[in-house]
Design a protein around this ligand. Structure first.
Ligand code: S3P
Length: 446
């Protein structure tokens, strides 16, 4: 299969098991942050393993437009020459960040405390996603936001030269909002505080430290209190980006579902704030082991070994959602093969992802013969312990994870499953089809 996916695509049961060793592309969250911190640091940052997906390339282009030098060397090593905290320059044009909610929220934080004017926009999916969650806290630091319909992109930002340090309690469990407030705090005089009632992914805190900022993190019940000392001199620091556990989830579930499979995924990030998915699959009886545990650039990494086997239904608690927020569509696919009813609780945030992922996951499964219900913010999947019928053509709604979930379903359902548009897979997982085919999967244009 061509690595640049375009148009419709169909997944069919392969004749044999999936197997071999795959290297998963770089972590999307860490890749965005490496480029942003590189741009804000003094000196040259070298990044290895950067995810070269469309979302991250949009962040690279935005950092260039803000005055950083960003270059890719032969062999995929990236170099960023930064300008220093507070020293980004006014972009000459609108910053178009495509499909990426992370880029939109984090860059808003950076721009809020720079005395420059900028306009952010994105594709139709991103233009429908809520920005009030960052406009509200960031306005309190002194920046001015003018957004379409009050809270949607396109959005104009007039940043401030004299940002006030914020003290903010997150009203939603969102690493993006936490990161936006911390990034604004980088160029504020004094200490910025974020109180998160539930712990969310901590890549921003880890990387701030890696670049020399002073960050303290205190446990507070199920959450954390994070403090950042403003106006540090960030120093360039090399970053090795681990494989993205959210991308690994797709070949991982494919191996669990295709009979006889035995797959190894090398160099995957296993930060405990990202691995709720592994905890859940273990509760479902999945045979997954983690080998060769190590730490790279402050992040825990390991190799995952997955064996096919039967799954049982589970009840996934709402508190676990932040540690597996992007994995629910593919977990729902796994649950449709399990014996019994899986209930996934507290999925309200899924409604504001690249698509309404709660509805899109239910539609994906329903169209392929799975009995599924939405009760409030919970998703219920009634598995029979046998492969679902399949046979549907799924509308991907500009959502990469819905597209990959549907294709993984098609590798193990009775009939093939097609998606109407595979193009969006490149936002987070360039080379998805080729990598899966290397393990024995089968895709063809539909
Ligand atoms: C991300 C945080 C999550 C996640 C997204 C990446 C990040 O979003 O869904 O894919 O890099 O901080 P929320 O913070 O909106 O939950």
């Amino acid at each position: 299969m061509d690595t640049a996916l375009r148009g419709s695509l169909k997944a069919t049961r392969p004749p044999g098991p999936l197997g071999g060793t795959l290297t998963i592309p770089g972590d999307k969250s860490i890749s965005h942050r490496a480029l942003m911190f590189g741009a804000l640091a003094v000196g040259e940052t070298e990044i290895r393993g950067l995810l070269e997906g469309e979302d991250v390339l949009a962040t690279a282009a935005a950092m260039r437009a803000l005055g950083a030098e960003v270059a890719r060397e032969e062999g995929g090593i990236w170099h960023v020459s930064g300008r220093g905290v507070g020293c980004l320059i006014e972009p000459a044009d609108v910053l178009n960040i495509g499909n990426s909610g992370t880029a939109a929220r984090l860059i808003s934080g950076i721009l809020a405390s720079h005395p420059i004017f900028s306009v952010l926009t994105g594709d139709a999916s991103l233009r429908a996603r809520p920005m009030r969650r960052v406009i509200e806290p960031l306005s309190a630091c002194g920046a001015r936001f003018t957004a379409r319909a009050g809270s949607l992109l396109p959005m104009a930002i007039e940043g401030t030269a004299d940002a006030l340090p914020l003290s903010y309690r997150l009203p939603v469990a969102s690493a993006q909002v936490k990161s936006a407030v911390l990034l604004a705090g980088l160029n504020a005089r004094g200490t910025t505080e974020v109180d998160e009632p539930v712990a969310t992914r901590n890549h921003t805190e880890n990387m701030l430290r890696h670049f020399g900022a002073e960050v303290s993190v205190e446990a507070a019940g199920a959450g954390r209190l994070i403090r950042l000392t403003g106006q540090p001199e960030l120093r360039a620091a090399d970053v090795r980006v681990p494989g993205d556990p959210s991308s690994a989830a797709f070949p991982l579930v494919a191996a669990l579902l295709v009979p006889g499979s035995h797959l190894r995924l090398e160099g995957v990030g296993i930060n405990p704030l990202r691995t709720g998915f592994l905890v859940t699959l273990e509760e479902m009886g999945a045979a997954i082991s983690i080998e060769n545990r190590r730490t790279e650039s402050g992040e825990p990494v390991g190799d995952l070994v997955i064996l096919h086997g039967p799954l049982r239904a589970v009840d996934v608690p709402a508190e676990r959602a932040p540690t597996m927020i992007d994995e629910y569509p593919i977990l729902a696919v796994a649950a449709s093969f399990a014996c019994g009813t899986t209930r996934m609780r507290g999925l309200g945030e899924l409604r504001v992802k690249e698509s309404d992922r709660l509805a899109a996951s239910a539609r994906l499964l329903g169209a392929n013969g799975v009995v599924v219900e939405i009760q409030g913010d919970d998703l219920l999947v009634h598995g029979t312990g046998r492969p679902p019928g399949g046979g549907a053509r799924v509308a991907t709604e500009m959502d990469h994870r819905i597209a990959m979930s549907a294709l993984v379903l098609g590798l193990a359902s009775a009939e093939p499953v097609a998606v109407d548009e595979a193009r969006f897979i490149d936002t987070s997982f360039p080379g998805f089809a080729a990598l899966m085919e290397a393990a024995g999967a089968r895709f063809e244009p539909a």
